[in-house]
Design a protein around this ligand. Sequence first.
Ligand code: HEC
Ligand code: HEC
Ligand code: HEC
Length: 114
Amino acid sequence: MKRLTPIVLLTVFLFFTGYSYAMAQNTGKKSMVLNGGNKGIVNFEHHMHQAIAKDCAICHSLFPQTPGSLDQSKENGTIKAKQVMNTVCLKCHRDMKKAGEKFGPVSCSGCHTK
Ligand code: HEC
Ligand code: HEC
Ligand code: HEC
């Protein structure tokens, strides 16, 4: 039993460090509905894209990790209308299509729904 104690303690330690690491990062909603202006809403799988993109900064270097930040950033002029759509969303989808990999929609109606 004495020999087991350090192993048990280590296991508990590793469990809690892993747990608190996961808790420290707020990954936001699993899926969300984005404002696509007069073209209609965009249903967006946030967690699926986190797995594909791997780096949060691919999107969040342009707008913060807060609800509504996309519209707020357009309002305060940090980003232009359609900037994220063209330079992030469409860019990656087109690049992956070119590379012959699984890709997301590249046509308007593939993303926008009324
Ligand atoms: C492919 C683009 C993309 C990637 C990659 C991405 N996000 Fe997001 N994230 C968004 C969009 C779009 C929003 C919605 C902003 C808004 O509401 O205007 C958002 C919102 C959020 C929010 C706000 C809370 C919410 O649920 O509305 C959090 C927190 C967040 N992201 C965390 C992360 C973290 C952590 C990562 C990396 C592990 C990440 N995001 C990767 C696009 C992305
Ligand atoms: C890969 C998904 C995707 C595709 C494909 C796409 N859009 Fe978008 N669109 C978005 C997202 C996300 C936003 C909101 C962020 C932004 O404005 O960059 C948006 C925003 C818009 C807006 C509103 C901009 C504003 O703030 O007023 C218009 C208009 C628009 N798109 C038109 C189009 C048209 C036209 C096409 C086809 C040529 C198209 N979109 C294709 C994702 C997409
Ligand atoms: C790093 C690359 C990358 C970025 C950035 C990216 N996407 Fe995608 N997206 C993909 C890939 C790959 C798929 C296809 C996934 C699959 O079919 O398994 C996809 C699929 C989609 C789909 C279809 C989902 C479904 O249910 O079939 C939509 C809608 C979409 N993306 C919207 C967006 C929007 C909006 C943004 C920007 C906020 C964005 N994507 C940014 C790579 C990306």
